[in-house]
Design a protein around this ligand. Sequence first.
Ligand SMILES: [Zn+2]
Length: 191
Amino acid sequence: MKTFTFLIDALYRIIDANADWFAFAAENDAPELFEENVFGKSLMDFIGDEETRHLYHLLFDRVRRQNRAIELPFRCDSPAIRRFMTMRLVPVADKAIRIETEILREEVRIPIRMPNAGQVRSKDFIRMCSWCKRIEAQTGWSTVEEAVRQLKMFHRIPLPGISHGICPDCEIIVRQEIESLDVEKFLGNEG
Ligand SMILES: [Zn+2]
């Protein structure tokens, strides 16, 4: 199993990453994640919404204070692949944190047309959860496929923009992880 790992210092600056990380960035055509574009920059600059930045601050703070690792599920989809991933935040020396992400499983899907950076967008925004990648549609938080149908995204030109946030289900998971003292594993027991 490949682990995509990077390291942030006490000020959230990205100071190291492993080879698999850069290979993943290259495969996914994400030059914004190449070494010259990330080292020295704050991780928070890569997180689009205030809500999610706030939760990351709480998570990092807790990992440092309790000197314990935290593990959380998240999604990192591309238009043609659903990726179910896990993220481990591991405290290391000098308040640095090692962030290890792994793909648990992938599902191929019919490629979805989604707004990309640089595309012309309408002034409409759809809300997407940064953690599970679901979209807020008429009937609640839905998969992208369902939301495309409900919100008639294919019929809108230009495509609506995406504003990121967190859905109520993921907020519960993340907050439980931040608040609970029992759920997470002690570093030493992780094998
Ligand atoms: Zn969510």
